[in-house]
Write a protein that binds this ligand. Structure first.
Ligand code: IMP
Length: 193
């Protein structure tokens, strides 16, 4: 029987990706809709992943799976990093965040536009134990948006392992090399051992 996990994320774009990567590997139970959104005010991706997983574990009593992701741009000193969701302000849209990122990098040449996505994926269990895995993908920020798939910063992130396409031009192929795909597969390997 496959392990059962409640998905802690309230972001439908992330839930779609998590379901796609973990299909056939675990049984995912949807996040109960009555649980309010968790305030992600931790100092690190790991803190935020734990806040989300603990809130859902507490509400359901079932092992909870969370992921927290940040985009670090070298020339911006690692920003937006843990602030990726609210880079251009509280309740910022994906579009506003991408716009701020492109503006912050205005005039920066391609060789200095290096960046990486990092995901921390975590399972919190009812007995108080937890498992943590990470996934990273290296790439660069393009000078303009390309593609309509994916979400968030995908239209401006070009992974080095691809053919020069942005994540938003890749569809399902994104999961093979993405931060989230890697973190989730690492997590599943840990629970299967
Ligand atoms: P979260 O805190 O893990 O929900 O992610 C923070 C923000 O990072 C999101 O609001 C998105 O803007 C961005 N983000 C997370 N994952 C991805 C991804 O796979 N591609 C592009 N942007 C992402």
């Amino acid at each position: 029987m496959l392990p059962e996990l409640v998905v802690a994320s309230a972001n439908p774009d992330k839930v779609k990706e998590i379901s796609s990567v973990l299909e056939g590997l675990v049984t995912l139970i949807p996040r109960p809709s009555h649980v309010p959104d968790v305030v992600e005010d931790g100092d690190t991706l790991e803190d935020n992943a734990r806040l989300k997983a603990q809130a859902i574990l507490k509400a359901t009593g079932i092992a909870a799976l969370s992921d927290d992701t940040g985009l670090s741009v070298d020339v911006l000193g690692g920003e937006p990093g843990v602030h990726s969701a609210r880079y251009s302000g509280e309740n910022a849209t994906y579009e506003e965040n991408v716009e701020k990122l492109l503006r912050s990098l205005d005039g920066v040449p391609p060789r200095l536009r290096t960046a990486r996505f990092k995901t921390v994926a975590m399972i919190c269990y009812p007995d108080g134990s937890e498992i943590i895995a990470t996934g990273v993908v290296e790439g660069m920020i393009s000078e303009s948006r390309k593609g309509v798939e994916g979400f968030g910063y995908d239209p401006v992130f070009i992974p080095y392992e691809g053919d020069g396409s942005s994540f938003a031009e890749m569809g399902e192929e994104k999961h093979r090399i993405s931060h989230r795909g890697r973190a989730l597969r690492n997590l599943v390997e840990m629970i299967s051992n």
